[in-house]
Every structure is written in structure tokens, then in C-alpha cells.
Ligand binder design. Structure first.
Ligand code: GSH
Length: 118
């Protein structure tokens, strides 16, 4: 508990390299749908199944399984003010997390957003 407290307040921020910034920016630019995810995250599972039911074109990056994942998460926070996963981009635009995806779905707007992107 104390160690998570210390990490939250005193951790040295990681440097986000230009390579990571370029990688994330390109993914968002080149893929109509990008889901930054963690493979154990239940919110991510829900978002992936919701979006996969509508399109098989989503690019999914499981950031907990790759060496630059923590840096990617830092950069996502920088550009979207969102640190949690899933972090979803559609058509180059930040959509948000699972609650945002579910809200779009229940408003009947998700399908149209995806169709416009694909
Ligand atoms: N309200 C968020 C909840 C997402 C969430 O809490 N995700 C957890 C993983 S299951 C998270 O990102 N925790 C911080 C982390 O993994 O760094 C949503 O709807 O997407």
C-alpha cells in the first residue's frame, strides 16, 4: 500500500521517446479503429467484443505484453488525458474507454461511427 502510494506521488516520469510517439501516432492515423488494451483487463475484453461484433478491422495492441507498453501508456495519457485501458481511437479521434464505447453503443451511435471510419 505504502509502495503504491510512493510510486503514485514520487515515481520519476518515464521519458517518452520519439520512436514511441511516432509508433502511436502512426497506428492512430493508419488504422480506422485502434484499441490500446491489456490482455487481462475485463473492460478491454468487453470493448474488444463489442467492437469485434461490428467489425473485424480493429487493430488491437495489448500494451502489457510488449516492452514499450508502459511508455505507450504514458504517451496515451499525454495525448488523450486518459491513463486507463481500453483506450479507443476511431477514425483518428479519441473515443475514450469502455464506458464511452458502451454509451455510444446504447445510443445507437457506435455502428455509424465505425462505418464512417471503415
Ligand atoms: N472506466 C474505465 C475503467 C478502465 C479501467 O479501470 N481499466 C484498468 C485495467 S482493467 C486500468 O487501466 N488500470 C490502470 C492500468 O492498468 O494502468 C473504462 O470504462 O474504460
Amino acid at each position: 500500500m505504502l509502495s503504491s502510494f510512493k510510486r503514485f506521488f514520487f515515481a520519476t516520469p518515464r521519458m517518452v521517446t520519439d520512436a514511441t510517439k511516432t509508433k502511436v501516432n502512426n497506428l492512430i492515423k493508419e488504422h480506422p479503429v485502434v484499441i490500446f488494451s491489456k490482455d487481462y483487463c475485463p473492460y478491454c475484453t468487453k470493448t474488444k467484443s463489442t467492437i469485434s461484433a461490428l467489425t473485424d478491422s480493429a487493430y488491437i495492441l495489448e500494451i502489457n505484453t510488449i516492452p514499450d507498453g508502459a511508455e505507450i501508456q504514458d504517451y496515451l495519457f499525454e495525448i488523450s488525458q486518459q491513463r486507463t485501458v481500453p483506450n479507443v481511437y476511431i477514425n483518428g479521434q479519441h473515443v475514450g474507454g469502455n464506458s464511452d464505447v458502451q454509451e455510444l453503443k446504447s445510443q445507437g451511435k457506435l455502428d455509424g461511427l465505425l462505418k464512417a471510419a471503415l
